[in-house]
Design a protein around this ligand. Structure first.
Ligand code: SAM
Length: 421
């Protein structure tokens, strides 16, 4: 078979997915995109076999009358069959180090480490919609469930930094000294296991502030015990950083844990100092917001007010706040009433015809929800970051993500300590 024209990867994948029902155990497209991104840096062998099989299957569907052998597919891949993927955040040309991105979400860690000259050589995220956002922006489809041995088998050797914003879970240590085996069955176990197998020079873990007090402090204690005693890394005391101290108008506290391999000889580390920059919501506010999408109806605003009053009297629960232009937002979070926690006042409402219906009449006070782009900006994602998903998914993804500037400031210190930059 002669393959003359370049094939668009997107075209091929869409065509294939139309034919096959999407199999969650399907590693082909992830392997192919990872292969294409790593064909000149010595790690492509980890993805090669599955990338060829995927290409074979996809080409066969494209050319049903011809027989596409494994060899043909292999040759096709070697001859740059695929047109270059156009994405806003391409890998750096001459990387200073390699890293892997676990629990990748939409790639907040990746953005930060890529900005500092790193090359991502493996990524894993199992949420379908988050994967779509990731692929659209970085051109690489994350592998899925990281607890699966098959997924782990794709992780290349020799990368320098492991990044993971893993979900927080309790360990059933039942009074024992919390060690590696006691964490089995949790996602931290998988992170620790990958560190143990691959021995990266450093890691950077991120979690909610509540990790400190989770299970009366036992969860964090176990994590540190495993990282320090079982894995032998130098792990300075974890630090809580607030996104607002690193250039975005969001009050978001998260715990950061970094560690250095014993072979580095590193035995001290300083987390970054807050930067001297005042920012407020006005800096991220969108100018042209679609009224019917984001302004609240009078009725809904009333419901929120009543809800807030009811819970305030009990001293707990949900409360929204109207963020002033010169104020800063509460942490953006997904789930529950996360989207309604931060409302904004937008006096453009005065130009807006109040008879337009938004499930009832629009409120006259100019109160609206923040937009997904505003959430992106609150997390420090640049405007080139494409939001390819529906609003509901976008809020979830940015709420789950990280404040990129705080991650980047810490990553810079970590890489300076390692003398990579
Ligand atoms: C707190 S978020 C991390 C977000 C990420 N740091 C970012 O910048 O967007 C945790 C992510 O882990 C993913 N996740 C949870 N369990 C997983 C698993 N077993 N395998 C792969 N991803 C998983 C979730 O879907 C979620 O997106």
């Amino acid at each position: 078979m002669e393959i003359v024209d370049k094939i668009s990867l997107k075209y091929l994948t869409e065509r294939r997915n139309k034919v096959n029902t999407k199999d969650p155990e399907d590693y082909g497209e992830s392997a192919l995109t990872h292969f294409l991104h790593n064909n000149k840096n010595g790690v492509s062998s980890f993805f090669k076999e599955d990338a060829i099989s995927f290409t074979q299957e996809a080409l066969q569907q494209l050319k049903p009358k011809e027989e596409i052998s494994y060899e043909i597919a292999h040759k096709a891949l070697q001859t740059d069959l695929f047109a270059p993927i156009e994405v806003p955040f391409l890998a750096v040309k001459k990387p200073k180090f390699q890293f892997i991105d676990l629990f990748a979400g939409i790639g907040g860690f990746r953005l930060a480490f890529q900005n500092l000259g790193g090359k991502c050589v493996f990524t894993s995220e199992w949420d379908k919609e988050a994967k779509r956002t990731y692929l659209t922006n970085f051109g690489e489809l994350p592998f899925g469930d990281i607890t699966k041995e098959k997924t782990k088998s794709f992780i290349p050797d020799g990368f320098e930094v492991l990044c993971a914003g893993f979900p927080c879970q309790a360990f059933s240590i039942a009074g024992k000294r919390g060690g590696f085996d006691d964490t089995r069955g949790t996602l931290f176990f998988d992170v620790a296991e990958i560190i143990k197998r691959k021995q990266p020079k450093a890691f950077f873990l991120e979690n909610v502030k509540g990790l400190r007090s989770h299970d009366k402090g036992r969860t964090l204690e176990t994590i540190l015990y495993v990282l320090r005693n079982d894995l032998g890394y130098f792990v300075p005391d974890p630090q809580i950083l607030n996104a607002k101290d690193y250039g975005v108008p969001q009050n978001r506290e998260r715990i950061f844990i970094v560690g250095f391999h014993p072979s580095t000889g590193i035995d001290s580390f300083n987390y970054p100092k807050p930067i001297d920059k005042t920012v407020s919501f006005a800096d991220v506010k969108e100018a042209d917001v679609v009224p019917t999408k984001y302004y609240l109806s009078t009725q809904y605003l009333k419901t929120l007010e009543e809800h807030k009053a009811r819970h305030a009297s009990k001293g707990n629960g949900f409360g929204f706040e109207v963020i002033a232009d010169n104020g800063i937002a509460n942490a953006v979070v997904c789930g529950g009433m996360g989207r309604e926690r931060n409302l904004v006042f937008d006096n453009r409402i005065t130009d807006f015809n109040p008879t337009t219906k938004i499930k009832g009449e629009v409120n006259r006070d100019g109160i609206r929800k923040m937009t997904p782009r505003e959430w992106a900006r609150l997390q420090g994602f640049p405007d080139e970051f494409i939001i390819p998903v529906a609003d509901a998914s976008a809020y979830k993804q940015f709420g789950n993500s990280v404040a990129v500037p705080a991650i980047q400031a810490t990553a810079r210190e970590l890489l300076k300590t390692l003398k990579f930059i």
